[in-house]
Write a protein that binds this ligand. Structure first.
Ligand code: SAM
Length: 405
């Protein structure tokens, strides 16, 4: 077993749910401090490849040492010396120090200086990349190719213990933005599902390479794109023929970018409340979808707007769930995002849908184990509903995982 610190994305509960789904079941979730999650799990091979498939984690640090009290600059400079002692080229390095309150600039500066001094004294040519002794942002770490050309050393204080280790994987933000912004078709009116969230939804379904997923509200195909990249066969449908064309062209573009992708794609135009047996001949392992979010809205909606849109969207989801029920095998998982409005008084979810799920024949599946919720002291009543939001968004998404009874 190996200890790691995962630095999580903004929606930490959702990131934890994703890790709960993709990491082995014997993973021990130890502590959460701000956005740093300490866990112990089986050693992760090809950890950068692993991270490339996980949307909710920004950085992974492998823990080499832990101390209650330690001279941070001394430990870090020693780690750097051990790492670089046989190097003949000029090495680059970065240092990050986080105490319980955030970045510890004084310790960072001292660690950078002491490391540089020790390496120089040992005739190891080096430079550090932290500008003004501040934490190196992800873009800089990637630009400097820090993992392959050097190293980032970290000291993170979690639950009053200092954890020291190297960064072993970094979220490839350039790849995500290429998939998001360089594809031929984009449509801000559709709500712009970020590729990272599409990965999270797919991971929550716990599907295996080679299986088939279906998105009945496929829009311009974000989930299908990520599914293909994760080695899945994909089926997509949408009410709008225009969106099906856009999905087609996005998937074609993706295959041009990554010709090794061989899995199958099938698209058809259909109202998701009218799908029939003949539309779904393949064995579908999971339905994964960002469902209809209602008409675009930018400022806080009025209560009558909320009621009107929720009735429209709720009715659609109800009819979709009822219609698809006989077409899928028992225990098929459905990972869905549902319309949720942020108002001045909190979130407004599609509550009526929640009340009908049981009668429709679906169970809600918790997304985080009870043990992890307890260990990490998460402020959650249950994990059957998690909200994905950005502070500037009025239209947010509630994530649910259903299983056909
Ligand atoms: C929020 S978008 C999905 C966006 C998609 N995840 C993406 O990234 O492109 C919802 C989609 O639902 C489709 N839609 C609305 N009503 C529908 C219905 N009754 N059946 C099927 N699709 C429908 C819309 O055309 C739209 O493409």
């Amino acid at each position: 077993m190996t200890k790691y610190i995962f630095q999580l994305g903004r929606n930490t509960h959702i990131s934890i749910a994703e890790l709960n789904a993709v990491l082995p079941k014997n993973t021990n979730f130890i502590h959460l401090q701000n956005d740093f999650l300490l866990l112990e799990t089986e050693n992760i091979n090809n950890i950068q490849e692993f991270l490339n498939r996980v949307g909710g984690t920004i950085k992974i640090i492998e823990i080499a040492q832990e101390h209650q009290n330690a001279p941070i600059p001394k430990v870090i400079s020693q780690l750097a010396y051990d790492k670089f002692k046989d190097r003949e080229d000029k090495v680059r390095f970065a240092v990050t120090v986080h105490n319980l309150n955030g970045t510890d600039e004084k310790q960072m500066k001292n660690s950078l200086m002491e490391t540089k001094k020790l390496l120089k004294k040992s005739n190891i040519s080096c430079r550090f990349i932290n500008n003004n002794f501040k934490t190196a942002p992800i873009a800089l770490l990637l630009g400097e190719n820090i993992i392959n050309k050097g190293a980032e050393f970290n000291a993170i204080n979690i639950n009053r213990n200092w954890y020291f280790g190297e960064t072993v994987a970094i979220q490839d933000i350039n790849e995500y933005s290429k998939r998001d912004f360089e594809r031929p078709e984009r449509d801000p009116k559709l709500g712009m599902l970020p590729p990272k969230l599409a990965q999270i939804l797919i991971n929550l379904a716990e599907v295996k390479t080679g299986q088939t997923i279906y998105d009945p509200f496929c829009g311009i195909g974000t989930i299908l794109m990520e599914g293909l990249l994760m080695g899945l066969n994909v089926i997509g449908s949408d009410l709008s023929a225009d969106n099906i064309k856009k999905t087609e062209s996005n998937l074609k573009w993706l295959k041009e970018q990554a010709p090794q992708l061989q899995n199958s794609i099938r698209l058809f135009q259909k109202d998701a409340t009218q799908t029939q047996k003949k539309d779904l001949q393949e064995k579908i392992s999971a339905i994964i979808s960002e469902t209809f979010l209602g008409p675009p809205i930018s400022k806080y909606p009025t209560y009558s707007q909320i009621e009107q849109n929720q009735a429209l969207v709720g009715g659609l989801i109800y009819n979709f769930l009822k219609n698809i029920y006989p077409l899928i095998p028992q225990q098929t998982k459905l990972v869905l995002t549902l319309l949720t409005y942020r108002t001045e008084n909190g979130f407004h979810k599609l509550n009526k849908i929640h009340q009908t799920l049981n009668t429709l024949g679906y169970n809600k599946i918790p997304m985080i184990s009870k043990e992890a919720i307890q260990n990490l002291k998460l402020n959650l009543k249950d994990s059957e509903s998690l909200i994905y939001e950005r502070p500037d968004q009025v239209v947010c998404r509630e994530i649910i995982v259903l299983e056909k009874k």
